[in-house]
Write a new protein. Structure first.
Length: 173
């Protein structure tokens, strides 16, 4: 995004204005993982939200160019791993140039009963059974029914993505 756009957002396209505005929305960093029966997949994501408590479900958005897109939209179970502030290296590994099993070289990984990989000691991990997806623009909107939850001990300390960089949440005002 051009610096001129940041200085004068009104002179930019609507998409550029949207990007500038969304950079002001701090979001927890997660890694979406899945297993397709022969290979593990992982991708850093910030577009994850709760959908419903009844039934327990999550909504994730995945870029259609991401490796996890194919297996998840084909029906693979997946896991949303919410990262701790000290797990920046996991985010960078799963969101950067590393591919395949290289993405699992950072952090302590285990497998849920269904085979889906999850990150030990992250804030929380939610194993989901694929329900449905819808392609929209560059991304897929995916709904998963939560089947298993792992919650780490200790106080919450999530890794946050804000204005194009990583941050830590403030506990007190």
């Amino acid at each position: 995004m051009a610096e001129a756009c940041r200085a004068m957002p009104a002179a930019c396209s609507l998409a550029e204005q949207l990007e500038i505005g969304l950079r002001r929305l701090g979001r927890p960093v997660s890694v979406i993982t899945c297993w397709d029966g022969s290979r593990r997949w992982a991708k850093t994501a910030t577009t994850v939200t709760e959908l419903s408590l009844d039934p327990p479900s999550l909504l994730v958005c995945v870029d259609r160019q991401a490796g996890v897109y194919g297996p998840i939209t084909a029906g693979a179970n997946f896991c949303v791993n919410i990262l701790r502030a000290d797990q920046l290296a996991v985010s960078e590994r799963c969101g950067g140039d590393a591919r395949g099993e290289e993405r699992f070289r950072e952090g302590r990984w285990d497998s849920a009963a269904c085979g889906t990989p999850y990150l030990r000691n992250c804030q929380a991990s939610f194993v989901c059974e694929y329900q449905i997806h819808m392609d929209y623009g560059t991304h897929a909107i995916i709904v998963g029914a939560v089947t298993e939850v792992q919650i780490a001990d200790g106080a919450p300390d999530p890794l946050i993505y804000l204005d194009g960089g990583y941050a830590r949440a403030a506990r007190n005002f």
